[in-house]
Design a protein around this ligand. Structure first.
Ligand SMILES: Nc1ncnc2c1ncn2[C@@H]1O[C@H](COP(=O)(O)OP(=O)(O)OP(=O)(O)O)[C@@H](O)[C@H]1O
Length: 361
């Protein structure tokens, strides 16, 4: 069974962590929550760094901890990689030697990731003979991630791996993280403050608040839940996956297939060929609703939608509406005035006008 079960109780003065999670044993699970909500504490429990933590941890069928029977694998025996904000590389060793150090911790027959593969995945072939002192923050982080992979982990823990980088470097490194996600079969627990990173990388989302799990579910379903604080942020929105149908060079329009309709996005170049999957993000504030299909509208995307439920928004003049668009959940933030004009009710079918779609690639 591909599953990570993580049940922990940990007390610090003034803070207690109490989690009972079942996470998918593959793909990226993002841990999201305010500062102090317990994200790092949970990763530390999973890594076995909190000896005082009571709990149970099973990773894809392997038992790492069970306090009820006194079973506790110490950190160095847990096959995991841990990537922090800043990579702590051995400064006196070249990049190649740093990577080999990671690899040597594992007997040859147990290695699941080869040096060439990690170097290629992180795009660091040209850095191998360099010393860490001369690397940029983004390059260091890529080397740190490659070194973690070379220990052939059964689980990769990443604690805000991009937080120390500026926006440009973040943009450079994200495609490599996406490749890890697509090409390696190692489950990742990814702590982040950034909705954008989560939208791009995560499959599963865990929301933590004051040491407790507020929600744990698929990214698409969880982002669309009106009862969670994420739906009430200014940047609230959903992530949808579609398959590329085609790219029109004259109009620079990329068309993506949804289960029963399609969406068009204006982009200069198609990032992938037809048939491949792509993620895109639709913010609640970019979706408006109408009863009629407005054919004369300059808005490109008009999709049939069904109202599932509504909730007051943070701003009293707005309401949040959860929609079902061909089985894909979507959020719309509209004014209370529009809501009354539409006579909105659950089950109503209407048209969602999508003013802007952000491609996550
Ligand atoms: N060793 C410790 N002793 C006492 N309190 C601690 C200890 N470690 C963590 N805490 C407290 O536990 C709470 C959760 O901390 P944690 O670092 O897990 O939060 P976080 O969600 O990762 O925060 P951030 O996003 O700021 O990194 C905080 O209030 C912190 O002060």
């Amino acid at each position: 069974m591909q599953l990570i079960r993580a049940r922990f109780r940990l007390r610090h003065p003034g803070f207690s962590l109490d989690t009972d999670l079942e996470l998918p044993g593959r793909g990226v699970s993002a841990l999201f929550g305010h500062s102090g909500s317990g994200k790092t504490s949970l990763l530390r429990c999973i890594a076995g760094l909190e000896r005082a933590a009571e709990g149970f941890l099973e990773v894809n069928g392997e038992l790492w901890q069970d306090s009820s029977s006194g079973h506790f694998l110490p950190t160095h025996k847990r096959p995991l990689g841990y990537v922090f904000q800043e990579a702590s590389l051995f400064e006196h060793l070249s990049v190649r030697r740093n990577l080999e150090y990671g690899q040597r911790r594992i007997p040859a027959r147990e290695r699941r990731v080869q040096l060439e593969q990690a170097v290629e995945l992180l795009g660091i072939g040209h850095l191998l003979e360099r010393m860490p002192g001369g690397l940029s923050g983004g390059e260091r982080q890529r080397v740190g991630i490659a070194r973690a992979l070379l220990t052939s982990p059964r689980l990769l823990l990443m604690d805000e791996p991009l937080a120390a980088l500026d926006l440009k470097r973040k943009g450079e490194i994200l495609p490599y993280l996406e490749r890890l996600h697509d090409e390696l079969d190692i489950p990742v627990l990814y702590v982040s403050h950034s909705p954008d990173e989560v939208a791009r990388l995560a499959d599963h989302l865990v929301l933590l608040d004051d040491g407790k799990v507020l929600a744990s579910g698929s990214l698409a379903q969880t982002l669309a839940r009106l009862d969670l604080p994420t739906a009430h942020e200014d940047e609230a929105g959903v992530v949808i996956e579609g398959r590329v149908l085609g790219f029109d060079t004259r109009y620079q329009l990329l068309t993506l297939a949804l289960p029963g309709s399609s969406l068009s996005v204006r982009v200069a170049h198609s990032p992938v060929e037809a048939g491949r999957g792509l993620r895109f993000r639709v913010l609640a504030r970019d979706v408006s609703l109408s009863l009629e299909k407005q054919r004369d509208s300059s808005i490109l995307n008009l999709l049939p939608a069904r109202v599932v439920e509504e909730s007051p928004a943070a701003n009293a003049a707005h309401v949040l509406v959860r929609l079902d668009v061909d089985g894909a959940p979507m959020l719309a933030r509209i004014t209370r005035f529009s809501r009354d004009q539409l006579g909105l009710y659950p089950g109503q079918t209407l048209w969602a006008q999508i003013k802007s779609v952000a491609l996550l690639a």
